[in-house]
Design a protein around this ligand. Structure first.
Ligand code: DP6
Length: 377
């Protein structure tokens, strides 16, 4: 939508290059570009049952912010002239040797190789080195789901480069191995990541619960109260939680299954009050297990807590539930609300937060009244 401040527009996607464009006569460079949006979970993924395959302890459910400016833009290319795989992230060389990136490369190459084996006329892209150039238009690793958009865009770009016929759900099996939450960003709207039961992870995949258009007017507001890197990265944080929190077992066994069921019903029935209650309870439950981790992990700051109080105030004043907060592994509140309540929600939140002493607007968002990314979902 265009009626909101479009603030985070550092990296606008260039017009996409057609796949398989020869850039030089001598050695062809094959190329594909794509963007992937962030997603914000309303039932949180936190905990791995298998760290190598990146299999979660519980199912999760998120909303993909397809219309927002929070995106990763990725170009994947390959050529016989490339002598090694490379990855450039926000203009800087990044490590490709990590197990997660390697797992994605390996799986995507295997799928391409299978196509090439069936059709000898296809160029042997699977044997060529890859060059990946990726840019986020929002702060990396600040609890804004950058790894979700990042690995989703990486997998989608290479799948496009290789012209793979795989569906988004099939590709989610690969993106999951890059970063768990990334598997959900390959699909739009309301997306469930089914934990699955199989040891090989072949049923741990993302599927769409409802399209974004199923629930017109659902809005997400991201308040950027901290653009710094998170104190405890998700991967190590969740492993500490699994290892030390007794509350976590209760969450996995008894809380999440109830939340998943209620959330899917709320979405099916477009029941905002129920959606909001489950969203807030699940965020509370996740952050409670973080605090129950030893040593404790605490992601929220005073602004996060002020946002929680403001949402409570807004709902009380409205006499019904018109806003829901949720927090990932960071301090930045994400507020879901129905579009018709924009004034009550946004109009109250900004003054409450920006009047607080010491409110510091992150440098990257100085042009904003308050730091925010807005969008239809
Ligand atoms: C709090 O997907 O970043 O955002 O699989 O280790 O890369 P890895 O973790 P990651 O964890 C995200 C956790 C969360 C909740 C969620 O998005 O469901």
């Amino acid at each position: 939508t265009t009626d909101h401040p479009r603030l985070l527009r550092k990296a606008l996607p260039p017009s996409p290059q057609p796949a398989h464009t020869p850039l030089a006569m001598a050695t062809k460079v094959y190329r594909a570009s794509t963007t992937a949006p962030v997603n914000i979970a309303v039932v949180k993924y936190w905990g791995k049952r298998d760290a190598k395959l990146n299999l979660p302890t519980n199912s999760s459910l998120s909303v993909t912010l397809s219309q927002s400016d929070l995106r990763t833009l990725t170009t994947a290319s390959c050529s016989e002239s490339f002598d090694r795989d490379t990855l450039t992230l926000n203009g800087e060389d990044a490590d490709v040797s990590g197990a997660r990136t390697q797992a994605c490369f390996r799986e995507l190459r295997a799928r391409r190789a299978a196509l090439e084996a069936k059709d000898a006329s296809l160029p042997k892209l699977s044997a060529m080195k890859l060059r990946i150039v990726s840019e986020n238009n929002f702060p990396t690793a600040a609890g804004l789901a950058s790894s979700a958009a990042g690995f989703a865009a990486l997998v989608r770009a290479i799948a496009d480069l290789y012209e793979l016929p795989d569906s988004p759900t099939e590709l989610s099996l690969i993106a999951r191995q890059g970063s768990g939450s990334a598997c959900r960003s390959l699909l739009g709207g309301y997306v469930a990541w089914r934990a699955g039961e199989k040891a090989d992870g072949s049923d741990s995949l993302a599927e769409q619960v409802a399209e974004a258009s199923h629930w017109p007017g659902m809005r997400a507001l991201i308040l950027v109260v901290s653009a710094g890197r998170k104190l405890v990265p998700s991967t190590s944080g969740m492993q500490q939680t699994v290892a030390t929190s007794m509350l976590f077992k209760q969450r996995v066994d008894n809380v999440v299954p109830v939340h998943m069921k209620a959330m899917e019903e709320a979405i099916r029935d477009r029941d905002f009050a129920k959606f909001a209650e489950v969203t807030m309870k699940d965020s509370n439950s996740f952050h409670a297990t973080c605090l129950d981790t030893y040593p404790p992990i605490s992601y929220m700051n005073e602004y996060s807590k002020a946002a929680i109080r403001a949402v409570q105030m807004i709902n009380e004043a409205a006499g019904k539930t018109v806003a829901a907060y949720t927090f990932d592994a960071g301090a930045n509140p994400v507020i879901y609300y129905p579009e018709e309540e924009s004034e009550a929600v946004v109009g109250t939140l900004f003054p409450v937060l920006s009047d607080r002493p010491g409110w510091k607007q992150p440098e990257a968002y100085k042009s904003l009244k308050a730091a925010v990314a807005l969008g239809d979902i």
